[in-house]
Design a protein. Structure first.
Length: 95
């Protein structure tokens, strides 16, 4: 699986957003009523996540689901501009 696959981009962004809010995987799982091991597997990109669960996770983190796609598009543009994978946000492009 490519590091730029939608599943892995979602996984990385989920972890970043969760950590930015100071939540543990267990805390996020409790708030979303999902199992702790499920949240961990999603963050590692090990499983496909349903759109329903994507919506639950995004709502709990108070981020519109389209926000995940915006970050993915930004990272893709950074990779094209710099010729390598970048972290979000990358310098030189407006987020």
């Amino acid at each position: 699986m490519s590091a730029d696959s939608a599943r892995l981009v979602f996984a990385r962004n989920l972890r970043r957003l969760r950590e930015a809010q100071g939540l543990s995987q267990e805390g996020l799982a409790a708030k979303t009523k999902l199992h702790r091991t499920y949240v961990g597997a999603v963050e590692r990109g090990e499983i496909n996540v349903s759109i329903d669960n994507m919506e639950k996770l995004a709502a709990t983190l108070e981020v519109p689901l389209v926000g995940y796609n915006h970050i993915a598009a930004h990272l893709y543009a950074c990779r094209l501009a710099h010729g390598r994978a970048m972290t979000y946000p990358c310098v030189g492009l407006v987020a």
